[in-house]
Structures are given as C-alpha cells and as structure tokens.
Ligand binder design. Structure first.
Ligand code: A3P
Length: 326
C-alpha cells in the first residue's frame, strides 16, 4: 500500500510538470487541470479521491466554490440531520464550530498519513468539497450514483471580496501580498483556486437541471432572505423533512438561530484562541477566519462601477441561455 501512495506522489510531480501554471492566491502557483485552477495539494487530493475514495449510496456532498457559504451550510446540514440527537442549548456546534461538523474531502483524504479512511462515519456520511462537478469520480457523480449534492452559490462579486480577504490571511508570508486589483484581474480571467468561478457554478447548475433529485442548487442570497424556507427545502431534499409537529415546536427556527452568522461568529470557539482546522500538514486555518461579515453586497465597498460592470457582463455572457441568474 505504502508503495502505491509513493507512486501517486510521483504521478503528481510528473503531472504538475505538464500543466499550465499561473499565480496562486495563497501559494506561489496554481495549475490548470482539466479546465480548473488547482493548488498542488488539492490536485494530490483529487488523485487520491479518484483512486481510493469509495462513495456510499447514501453519501451527501456539500459542494461550493470557495467562500460561497460552506461554513453556513455545514452547520445547517449537521444540525438538521442530527436534530433528534442533540438539544439546542447544549449543541456540539456551540463547542466545536461548524468546520469540524464533517470532513472537507479535498485535503482530508490525505490528512491521516498516508490516507484517511472514512468508513467509520455514521450514515448518511457527509463531506464538503470545492471540486468542480466534472472533476469528481464517477462513483460520486455518474448518472447511476445515488449520492446527493447540495450546491451553494453566491454573487461572484461577493465571492471575490470574501476570497481575497480569506486568501490574503492564509497567504504565505514569503510571498508579496496579492493586491486587490491583481486579485480582481485574476478572478475575471478565471484564475483562482478552484476557478473559473463561472464554470464551477455552471457545471453544478446543469447537473442539477438534469437530476434535481440528486443535486439541490441553493443561493446564498436566497438563504439570507428566507433562511427557514431554504432550510425546509434542504431538509426535504436530504430525505429528512420537518414534520408539521416539529415546525410547531419551533425546531426550524431553532436551527436557523443556532446556525446564524450572529450566533456562530460570537461563540468562543470561533473567536481568537478558539482553535484551528488543519487542512494539510502545513496549512491550518483559524476557526474565526471563516467568519467575516456574512452580508450580501459587501462588494459595493470595493468595486468601482467599471469593475462591477465587467464582472456582471462576464456573468451574463457565461450564463446566457442556461436559465441561471446570479
Ligand atoms: P464574507 O467574507 O462575505 O463575510 P465559506 O464558508 O464558503 O468559506 O464562506 C465564507 C463566507 O460565508 C464569509 O463571507 C463568511 O462571513 C460567511 N459566513 C460564515 N458563516 C456564515 C453564517 N452562519 N451565515 C451567513 N454567512 C456566513
């Protein structure tokens, strides 16, 4: 087995040597692999997932482009699937924060050297991923697979602002800071970890149009506007709809409150000294860095009219005839 993993490292090395590369937001370089810009670490994760990850028929994947609402959805999915197990006043989310609710597949697969096995997780297993739909192994995404996906997307302008802040915090101190103007330019050209943003969204959108029972497509903005409506959709999609009696008892409202930005971002575990999540042996992210403003439209504080227009016209062109608007 050890031998097989070593081979995979060699394969990664020779693969990287053949791929186009450009500037990374967190690390020096990202690579264009099958249409998407990825860091070397997550290309390794992808190779491992393709070789060793065995999806189970009841798995539920939370998929999103970076900074579109993974933390929020993680909390909501965990609280919803476990609502009969925990009381809301003494809930594990209050002690541990949402990041630890379930694994981030892309790098967790090799967090326990040489490989993490996920067999022990209770069913339905849940995983988060940022990988584009077309990159996923067939056991997860083929027409015969019964795995479910919850996809959350967001206005690209807000995703850009959020990502620039987040990646600037994580950026290697040996590299010069990435200026906002440069990040903007790269983003518009599709060059950022897991990008292009628009291709990512479209891939899941099209798949959700073809198989709505397998892919639930959500928008951050809708969730902000009517959280309980979207939460009820989510629960029904996961096969655990809220009963009328639960609604009457206020279970939906409790989950909305527990998972709100205001509640989560004020917890000790999500503040200074609250702990960190390990993504790879080298990269840990502090819990608090997953919470910034939690608002719709913060881009207005950053983009000029000209910059807004350019992103909106890219969105319009890319999404033309898809039926999707953001
Ligand atoms: P901002 O940087 O715009 O504030 P992800 O979880 O995918 O990494 O996305 C992070 C973004 O979601 C950040 O956006 C963060 O503040 C926001 N966020 C985190 N938890 C949230 C919650 N419970 N409700 C709403 N937004 C949340």
């Amino acid at each position: 087995e050890e031998q097989a993993y070593k081979k995979l490292d060699e394969k990664l090395k020779s693969l990287l040597a053949t791929l186009p590369k450009d500037k990374g937001w967190r690390s020096a370089n990202i690579y264009l692999h099958e249409g998407f810009w990825l860091s070397p670490q997550v290309i390794k994760g992808l190779l491992m997932i393709n070789n060793y990850f065995h999806a189970q028929s009841t798995d539920i994947f939370l998929a999103a482009f970076m900074k579109c609402g993974t933390t929020w959805l993680k909390a909501l999915m965990f609280a919803t699937t476990n609502r009969h197990r925990y009381s809301f006043s003494d809930h594990p989310l209050r002690r541990n924060g949402p990041q630890s609710a379930f694994p981030f597949l892309d790098t967790h697969i090799f967090l326990d050297y040489p490989i993490t096995k996920f067999e022990h997780l209770p069913s339905p297993r849940m995983f988060a991923t940022h990988f584009a739909h077309s990159l996923l192994p067939t056991s997860m995404s083929s027409p015969t697979s019964t795995c479910k996906f919850v996809y959350v997307c967001r206005d690209p302008k807000d995703a850009l602002i959020s990502k620039w802040h987040f990646m600037s915090k994580l950026r290697s101190k040996e590299l010069p800071p990435l200026s906002f103007n440069e990040a903007y330019e790269l983003f518009c050209n599709g060059v950022s970890e897991y990008g292009p943003f628009w291709d990512h969204v479209l891939g899941y959108w099209k798949a959700s149009q073809e198989s709505p029972e397998k892919i639930l497509f959500l928008k951050y903005e809708d969730m902000k506007k009517e959280t309980s409506v979207e939460l009820k959709k989510l629960a029904a999609f996961m096969g655990m709809p809220f009963s009328a009696e639960e609604e009457k008892r206020g279970v939906v409202a409790e989950i909305v409150k527990l998972c709100s930005f205001e509640n989560l971002s004020n917890l000790e575990v999500n503040n200074e000294g609250g702990g960190a999540q390990k993504f790879t042996a080298q990269v840990a992210v502090e819990n608090r860095d997953f919470f910034r403003k939690g608002k719709v439209g913060d881009w207005k504080n950053y983009l000029t009219e000209e910059m807004r227009e350019r992103i909106d016209s890219i969105t319009e062109t890319k999404f033309k005839n898809s039926g999707l608007t953001l």
